[in-house]
Design a protein around this ligand. Structure first.
Ligand code: HPA
Length: 244
């Protein structure tokens, strides 16, 4: 059985995004929090139009410095990110996805409020175990986007840390110090979406990059205040928007 979802005007939508194909452009920024998508649309885009409100997972398309860009909330974790990224790629023809999110530092040298460019993603998820039974797939960033982001950060005077991140399925893990093994192997930070995004990007031959700000530190137990979160979010966002 196949089910088609139809918008009021008679056009098709995807299962979780109530937009016409032409509502979403080829480059999409994906914050985890849909309220961040709204914040970006209100503060950084010209002529922003909200194309999706289903499940409160806001999506907007607008213009930044003359270039069209879409902003779509991803929600938390690989399953949520994968649903939205899959539909953006397969139903809306999206070619570039830049995740803009937060992470917890796993290294002394990676400080709170720093920016991390996720070159690759290690994970405790079983999503790739299902696709590659008894084999290991390494989800990696688009080299083109990574290089551009790195060069842009240097140009903008923004310090970035580039390396491996750990994508976990459990924010509240058990035992609670299980992250230490990743730290020993030089993984920079922990978050919850990148392995899913990079795997889909590989499967459907699109470009993807995760740009992350460090909101908490697992070694020192520091955490950003909400004001600091907003300031560092803006820096990361400006870097991401410059890539558009
Ligand atoms: N763990 C998992 N995901 C996160 C964290 C964390 O400490 N901080 C921000 N995203």
């Amino acid at each position: 059985m196949s089910v088609e979802f139809i918008l009021k005007g008679g056009e098709k939508m995807s299962i979780h995004i109530a937009a016409k194909k032409s509502d979403i452009v080829e480059t999409v920024l994906m914050p985890g929090d849909p309220m961040r998508a709204q914040y970006i649309a209100n503060n950084y885009l010209q002529n922003a139009v909200c194309y999706n409100q289903v499940r409160g997972m806001f999506g907007y398309t607008g213009t930044y410095k003359g270039k069209k860009v879409s902003i779509q909330g991803s929600g938390m974790g690989i399953p949520s990110m994968s649903i939205y990224a899959h539909e953006l790629i397969n139903d809306y023809g999206v070619k570039k996805i830049i995740r803009i999110g937060s992470c917890g530092s796993l290294q002394k040298e990676v400080n709170i409020r720093d920016i991390v460019l996720a070159q690759a993603s290690s994970s405790d998820t079983n999503i790739n175990g299902r696709i590659f039974p008894s084999m290991t797939f390494c989800p990696i960033a688009s080299f083109n986007l990574l290089l551009k982001a790195y060069n842009k950060a240097v140009e903008m005077g923004i310090k970035v840390n580039v390396g491996n991140v750990f994508t976990t399925d459990l924010f509240y893990d058990e035992p609670s110090d299980s992250w230490k093994v990743w730290s020993r192997y030089g993984v920079l930070a922990v978050e919850m979406e990148t392995a899913g995004l990079y795997t889909l990007a590989a499967r459907y031959n699109i470009e993807a990059l995760s740009i992350l700000t460090v909101s908490d530190h697992l070694i020192t137990n520091e955490a950003c205040t909400s004001e600091e979160r907003e300031k560092t979010f803006n820096k990361m966002l400006e870097l991401a928007l410059e890539l558009v």
